[in-house]
Design a protein around this ligand. Structure first.
Ligand code: ADP
Length: 402
């Protein structure tokens, strides 16, 4: 055993903290710099409400607390962290997830006063998310005033899209004057998939051509050409595109007018489309794919319909994304659903036979959880599962920038 005095003399390795501060939640992860191995992680939810809960890798139990603020949750996590890691001497920088970077941010950036005001300028584009993200930056800057802080934007990776992909067929002044355009989200995940795919395919990143399907509670597909995003299914907001846990994805915009005529207020329509639709709305049961698959197996017809609509829409979007590519190295499934739901993968790919995609049923079901691998039949375009890690991308960018 090493005497205690020795361990104190050993220089502890630098660490990087990532923060994802939402309107009612706060997620953190602590990484060792260099290797980017995960040291600790945690989440607090229900913040600012009647009852919050905290869970972290450093305490076995879920803790419940009444009326906890974001600041209170952060203090709890920092206290837990300092019991195990000498944050004051090891922490080298903090990376923040920021949802909307508008057209200002094409990559992650070190935060300074000017960057803070540019993130503020993007608030009208993401009125619920950006203020929460800014709050996280302010809380961490107050705790660690001399540490570099980095902003990593969900939108930045998609800033390479051409106007044919991002301009809506509206009067062009809507784009010029109001910033109405497709921005796309899940950028850290689609970028992570692009980097991982390059490694797995043994190709330089700028030679990688993919359709990346990120399927979590939110879901989006992206077309990646020569390592860059050239189209994606989410739009000006994360509501457009695929069927999601509680979001409708694409609907006829005429619905908006119809609902207004039928007594709905704009707030009601926001809630309907963002929180009550998607898998939850169609099934009337749950937003959770695992629950729906289990229910469908028990004969629940509406759960089965929700899954089928999800897969059909996804296949339709994968087909549309192919119009942006000249060839494809892989169709990649990722996110909680993409990585785990073999049924969703098989139902989706079944729609894509004419486009040259076919699964190998055995490879699809045999792939061990949490691993990357190929799941296509020999005659098919390559289809892969690659686990995504958005937090690690934030840590990587933070490390690179500091
Ligand atoms: P988030 O977008 O919140 O990060 P995740 O990427 O964790 O979400 O994905 C959550 C979704 O993944 C849920 O719908 C969940 O049911 C689904 N999921 C997770 N594991 C499985 C599984 N084994 N089979 C089917 N679906 C799963």
């Amino acid at each position: 055993t090493i005497p205690k005095t020795y361990t104190k003399d050993i220089m502890p390795k630098p660490t990087i903290l990532t923060i994802n501060c939402g309107s009612s939640s706060l997620k953190f992860a602590l990484y060792e710099a260099g290797t980017l191995s995960l040291l600790a992680e945690g989440i607090a939810d229900g913040l600012g409400g009647e009852r919050a809960y905290l869970q972290s890798s450093m305490s076995a139990d879920k803790q419940h607390q009444a009326k906890l603020s974001h600041s209170g949750a952060l203090d709890t996590f920092l206290a837990q962290l300092s019991e195990h890691y000498e944050l004051d001497s090891t922490l080298a920088g903090v990376g923040h997830r920021v949802v909307h970077g508008g057209e200002q941010f094409k990559a992650s950036t070190l935060i300074n006063e000017q960057v803070l005001s540019q993130i503020e300028e993007c608030i009208p584009l993401a009125p619920l998310h950006n203020p929460a993200n800014l709050n996280g930056i302010k809380l961490l800057s107050a705790r660690f005033p001399s540490l570099p802080q980095v902003a990593v934007f969900d939108t930045a990776f998609h800033q390479t899209m051409p106007p044919t992909a991002y301009v809506y067929a509206l009067p062009y002044t809507m784009y010029k004057d109001l910033g109405v355009r497709r921005y796309g989200f899940h950028g850290s995940s689609h970028r992570c998939i692009t980097l991982e795919a390059a490694t797995l395919l043994k190709k330089p990143v700028n030679k990688v051509n993919l359709i990346s399907a990120h399927l979590g509670n939110g879901a989006s597909v992206a077309a990646i050409k020569d390592g860059e995003s050239v189209d994606t299914s989410m739009g000006m907001t994360p509501l457009e595109g695929l069927v999601m846990g509680t979001r409708s994805g694409d609907i006829d915009p005429g619905l908006y007018d119809y609902l207004l005529q039928n007594g709905y207020q704009t707030d009601d329509i926001y809630t309907l489309l963002n929180k009550e639709s998607g898998l939850l709305g169609v099934s009337g049961l749950s937003n959770d794919m695992r629950t729906l698959i289990a229910a469908a197996e028990q004969g629940n017809a509406q759960a089965a319909l929700a899954i089928d609509i999800f897969c059909k829409r996804l296949a339709k979007y994968i087909g549309s994304m192919l119009t942006s590519l000249e060839h494809i190295d892989a169709l990649v499934f990722t996110g909680g659903i993409g990585e785990n739901a073999t049924l969703v993968r098989s139902k989706t790919v079944a729609h894509l036979k004419l486009l040259g995609f076919e699964l190998d049923a055995e490879l699809n079901t045999a792939l061990p959880r949490g691993t990357a691998g190929q799941i296509h039949a020999t005659r098919s375009h390559p289809i892969m599962v690659i686990p995504t890690d958005e937090e690690k991308m934030i840590a990587l960018d933070t490390q690179t920038l500091i």
